[in-house]
Unconditional design. Structure first.
Length: 266
């Protein structure tokens, strides 16, 4: 994304540095509904005209929604006071092509969203989250402040929103892998809490896939953009009818296909 945007910037402002800085890095496959970048420019284009000018040079998968002038000392990353992510899980029994690009399909058991929410509550506040930091991080420490955590189930869709002063490298995907294991009954709540409190990184092996994750918002002490331009611009999906998986978290599925195409529970 950065290289594509910088190419478009250079074509519009050839005398400028042509370099942009983002509010945060995201893994390949992770969506960003509200990434924020800043750049210096040397040309005469006013701030309000940059979105239209850039969108005419960018692919359809990358859109600029708003632009604003900021003071020279302002930085998209270091001036931010929080980032908010949303992870979407589809817990229906059958695949859904419309949801597949934006959610993690977990279909074997009904996920206990309430248990996931309860497990997140002790994590609020500032803690050492070394258990959820991938190798390769340039951070000097693994402490951060989890400001808000929300888990919501609507039919077969579960959304988890996490807001923090900053996230460790790979933190959300590693945390979601553990939360889903807990919600499916594969990981006891006590074991989950022990892992993150004691920094047991070796025990946290599976990360949730990237395509279910979306950077939802970046917050600053003083608003830079009008709220209508970017707040919650990832659509919320709705499924009115539930298509439940074949068993509850304390039941496992095996054996031949039963009536209606469902696996027979043990």
């Amino acid at each position: 994304m950065q290289a594509t945007l910088e190419t478009a910037l250079a074509s519009l402002d050839p005398l400028g540095p042509g370099r942009c800085m983002a509010a945060g890095r995201t893994d390949t496959g992770v969506h960003a509904a509200a990434q924020v970048v800043h750049f210096d420019c040397a040309g005469p284009i006013p701030a309000q005209r940059w979105p239209k000018a850039l969108n005419g040079r960018l692919p359809q998968t990358l859109r600029v929604r708003a632009a604003a002038w900021v003071p020279p000392q302002w930085h998209a990353c270091f001036s931010a006071c929080y980032r908010r992510y949303r992870y979407t899980i589809y817990n229906g029994a059958r695949p859904n092509l419309f949801l597949a690009p934006w959610s993690w399909h977990r279909y074997r058991v009904t996920i206990d969203a309430a248990a996931m929410a309860a497990a997140l509550t002790p994590m609020l506040g500032e803690h050492d989250f070394a258990a959820f930091q991938r190798s390769g991080s340039r951070r000097r420490h693994s402490r951060t402040c989890l400001q808000d955590a929300q888990v919501e189930r609507q039919g077969d869709l579960i959304t988890v929103e996490l807001q923090a002063s900053g996230f460790l490298y790979g933190m959300v995907r590693l945390l979601m892998g553990q939360l889903v294991a807990l919600g499916e009954g594969q990981l006891a709540p006590a074991a989950f809490e022990q892992r993150w409190r004691q920094g047991q990184r070796a025990a946290v092996k599976e990360a949730a896939p990237p395509h279910g994750l979306c950077l939802l918002r970046v917050g600053y002490p003083q608003a830079v953009f009008p709220e209508a331009a970017w707040y919650d611009c990832q659509p919320r999906y709705r499924l009115d009818l539930c298509d439940p998986p074949p068993c509850s978290p304390n039941q496992r599925t095996a054996g031949p296909i039963g009536p209606g195409g469902r696996l027979k529970p043990l």
